[in-house]
Design a binder for this molecule. Structure first.
Ligand code: CAA
Length: 389
């Protein structure tokens, strides 16, 4: 049995986006505030027939192509955009993907951190019995109150990872630096469809927990800062990643070098926040957009989930990894989207909540907007109906 890690990785984003230059013009804000101050160009906008189930299933479809599905005995679905207080979103995905009935399915939540919890648990699980694989899906829809400072940092997307004990892309190393602390920087009570957020405080806590997680990582004998070729950070917006890297560089007594993070910011700039999936979208961006061969190199990953739980860990890129990337598919997904006008964006924003959260038990047919293979077709008698197209 080898070292556990990521065998395959892909993402999926909605068909529509709002250019942040449009939001800036409408709100009388300098476009540079979003493009430089926040570090975002577009925010991905799901239609009423897309949700975490359809986004997650689309992402997973790519990583499962050609795989022996009978080897997958666990599906871990990480999200803070839950569609049900009881049933795991992954159970819908399990059916849509035709996974075997001999598979456990569970949902994990801890704000944007849960994708990392799922990945680490999956790594532990595959080491118990050789040949078993775990499908990890992280999917979220980041939606904030309209006209709030956070509106520009909205987004949506899903990342799927297949975890095995013979990973083709990267090994996940066993040392993790951890930092947990009970704080109220960002949270969403059950009765709200948008979170409450203390924005400035959340950015401060993000950096403080990075300090805690890094110190714990170092105390356990992890790699030195200079041994990492590149770093990927949780990206609520890409400027946060730049601030995090400057902070870590300072802690390590090193100069700030943007070349060690820039490839990992490209996809997130064009998608926006996708909470649990954001770090792994950055990882996909790093692998796809780094021109040099990363084989044998070590990447540093920092995961932050408000509330708060933070983790710093290392991944070692495997020789030959490039053959298993989905560069062209990912480039096509981002290029073939449709830009929304401001009015169309606002209409879609309202429709997404009102249309997909009816409470009277009636029949609600969803308009066909999604172009992927999976759709939320209707909500009928309090039940969500999904179809593979
Ligand atoms: N040109 C260039 N830069 C400009 C500018 C211009 N014309 N105008 C303003 N800026 C800069 C500002 O100087 C500022 O830069 P610094 O951070 O370096 O000071 C930056 O743009 C942001 O502007 P503001 O300070 O005015 O901040 P804001 O009121 O727009 O709010 C925010 C920013 C607090 C991040 C807000 O977007 C927010 O609340 N977002 C949601 C919370 C969040 O994402 N928190 C991140 C940590 S928590 C986490 O990571 C979990 C998660 O996913 C939610």
């Amino acid at each position: 049995m080898g070292q556990p890690g990521i065998d395959a990785l892909s993402f999926y984003v909605p068909q529509h986006y709002l250019p942040l230059s449009v939001l800036a013009a409408e709100q009388g804000i300098e476009p540079a505030k979003f493009s430089h101050g926040i570090g975002q160009d577009k925010l991905a906008m799901p239609g009423p027939d897309e949700d975490i189930v359809t986004l997650g299933a689309e992402a997973a479809r790519k990583v499962l192509k050609g795989e022996d599905l009978s080897a997958i005995d666990t599906l871990l679905f990480a999200t803070e955009s839950g569609i049900d207080q009881s049933k795991a979103a992954g159970v819908f995905v399990h059916r849509l993907l035709g996974l075997p009935s001999t598979c456990r399915v569970v949902e994990l939540k801890q704000a944007c951190y849960s994708g990392t919890a799922a990945l680490q648990l999956a790594c532990g699980h595959v080491m118990r019995r050789s040949g078993r694989k775990v499908l990890v899906i992280a999917a979220d829809i980041a939606r904030y109150d309209l006209d709030s400072p956070a509106e520009a940092t909205q987004g949506a997307g899903a990342v799927a990872m297949l975890v095995s004990d013979t990973p083709r892309l990267m090994q996940i190393e066993p040392i993790s630096g951890l930092h947990s602390e009970d704080i109220m920087d960002f949270w969403r009570p059950n009765y709200r469809s948008t979170p409450l957020v203390d924005g400035k405080y959340s950015t401060e806590k993000y950096l403080e927990t990075l300090t805690g997680a890094w110190r714990d990582y170092q105390a356990q004998g992890g790699h030195s800062f200079q041994e990492f070729a590149h770093f990927c950070y949780h990206l609520p917006f890409t400027r946060m990643g730049a601030k995090a890297h400057a902070h870590l560089s300072e802690l390590a007594g090193a100069d700030y070098d943007p070349a060690r993070i820039n490839a990992g910011l490209i996809y997130n700039r064009a998608v926006g926040n996708c909470y649990a999936a954001a770090l792994y979208l950055s990882l996909a961006s790093m692998l796809d957009n780094t021109a040099e061969d990363l084989s044998g190199q070590t990447l540093g990953l920092f995961s932050y989930g408000s509330g708060a739980v933070a983790e710093f860990f290392a991944a070692k890129v495997q020789p030959g990894y490039e053959a298993y990337l989905h560069r062209a598919h990912h480039a096509g997904l981002l290029a073939n989207r449709t830009a929304l006008s401001f009015d169309a964006y606002r209409t879609m924003w309202h429709r997404m909540w009102q249309g997909t959260d009816p409470q009277d038990g009636g029949h609600y047919q969803m308009p066909q907007i999604a172009k992927g293979q999976f759709r939320l077709t209707a909500i009928d008698g309090h039940k969500r109906c999904y179809a593979a197209g």
